[in-house]
Design a protein. Structure first.
Ligand SMILES: Cc1ncc(COP(=O)(O)O)c(C=O)c1O
Length: 426
């Protein structure tokens, strides 16, 4: 299909959902208070944010970031490789290494670019990359650029991953085998069985284990040290990738490893590091301040879990289908894409901000509303959310008992379905 046709095809679909008033994406937020936002003059309770610890509105983080602007200016003026490298970046790398339990860290300007840059440097066409089928788009993009052989294993299935490792080693004995998964999956909220996956390294120590912990950092592990710490398998992970765009109230990303040579190679060779501007001072200082706060106030992480457990139980009491979430991300599985769009609009009208995810972001026929909670959500806000959900769940017939009768919601994974990494809804 030529560019013009592709564009027209997309725009026809876009107009169709916009005409029905159900396009939930790119909603302009006029003002935010963290757990509440204003959109189109309407104040809404936000249950779709990744700011899990609510730190992007903590006055200490805001003040430190503002001071950093006065001290360092607003932009970095170049890539870290050349003129944009600040002592702040090095401080942050040391602090993060200590926090996640690895010896060295390289900071990038976003999480997406950390995956793209790191996978691009570490992997060659002779290698095989084994990805969990539900991995994030940045991982699939990063692997695609390397021209390595990509194979997926069934979601969170360590036995299947092991089988793939054995097949890959037999088929391509001269290449390296990479095992890439996430700590917490961004749509389902499921925690990966990292203990089982890390055990693959016992039998195959040469396999390179790369963990994207975008949604586990600040959420799991002692004081928010991440999913690898939660399972006490940090020493078995070769590379831990994390982002600052979730719990760390900023933007940016990093790669942590015990291998200094490997990280120096990555620092000097990552194309998204060398050919992209450095993380601005305000964002860097925001993360440093979050780490200070987490060290002093680990109870923030406890509060996040309290909120999460309360909401998970309440969702089940209402009868919602929520899959196997064990994190602050709690999906409401709805089934049909169309119903998910209409449900999201109904939530909006009732004063709640939460967005749908449809195929290929999630398995076919399992469209969901992605809800995510913050440690700063107040009980009165959670009460409102639950009473709205209870009412709308009945109205839309999306309770477990209703879905069992709905053939569309039974659709599952099909051979040839796109991996989750492709996030084009329209
Ligand atoms: C699992 C995962 N990895 C990487 C990223 C990219 O991170 P960032 O938003 O910091 O670029 C995301 C963001 O959505 C993510 O969910």
């Amino acid at each position: 299909m030529r560019l013009r046709q592709r564009c027209e095809h997309f725009n026809a679909l876009h107009s169709q959902i916009s005409a029905q008033g159900i396009n939930p994406y790119f909603r302009p937020i006029a003002q935010t208070w963290g757990t509440e936002v204003e959109v189109g003059g309407k104040r809404l309770i936000m249950i779709g944010s990744n700011d899990y610890l609510g730190l992007s509105h903590d006055p200490r983080v805001m003040d430190a970031s503002a001071q950093a602007v006065y001290h360092w200016g607003t932009g970095p003026g170049g890539s870290r490789f050349l003129s944009g490298n600040m002592v702040l970046h090095h401080h942050l790398e040391e602090r993060l290494a200590d926090f996640v339990g690895k010896r060295h860290v390289v900071v990038h300007v976003t999480g997406f670019s950390a995956n793209l840059g790191a996978l691009g440097v570490l992997i060659t066409p002779a290698d095989t990359v084994l990805c969990d089928r539900e991995n994030h788009a940045s991982i699939f993009e990063g692997v695609k650029n390397t021209k390595a052989r990509l194979a997926t294993f069934a979601h969170n299935d360590a036995a299947h991953a092991l089988k793939r490792v054995e097949d890959a080693k037999a088929a391509r004995p001269d290449g390296d085998v990479f095992l890439v998964t996430e700590g917490v999956f961004s749509m389902s909220g499921e925690l990966a069985p990292l203990d089982e996956i890390a055990a693959i390294k016992d039998a195959h120590p040469d396999v390179v284990f790369y963990l994207d912990d975008a949604h586990g950092l600040g959420v799991f592990g002692r004081g928010g040290r991440g999913s690898a710490d939660h399972f006490r398998i940090t020493d078995k992970v070769d590379f831990i990738m994390g982002t600052f765009s979730k719990s760390m109230a900023s933007i940016g990303g990093f790669i942590a490893s015990d291998d200094e040579d490997m990280l120096r190679y990555l620092r000097y060779q990552s194309r998204t590091q060398i050919f992209s501007a450095a993380l601005p001072a305000a964002n860097t200082v925001a993360v440093l301040t979050c780490l200070d706060i987490l060290a002093k106030e680990p109870e923030r992480v406890d509060r996040l879990h309290e909120v999460t457990v309360r909401m998970r139980h309440a969702y089940r009491d209402i009868g919602l289908r929520i899959g196997n979430s064990s994190s602050p991300i709690i999906p409401i599985i709805i089934g049909s894409d169309e119903k998910a769009f209409f449900f999201s609009r109904a939530l909006f009208e009732a004063g709640i901000f939460a967005l749908p995810a449809v195929y290929p972001a999630v398995p076919r026929g399992q469209a969901l509303i992605r809800t995510a909670y913050m440690s700063t959500h107040q009980d009165r806000q959670l009460d409102v959310v639950l009473s709205v959900l209870e009412k709308l769940a009945k109205e839309f017939r999306i309770r477990e008992c209703d879905l069992e009768e709905d053939p569309q919601s039974a659709a599952g994974e099909e051979e040839g379905d796109a991996p989750r990494g492709k996030l084009s809804y329209l």
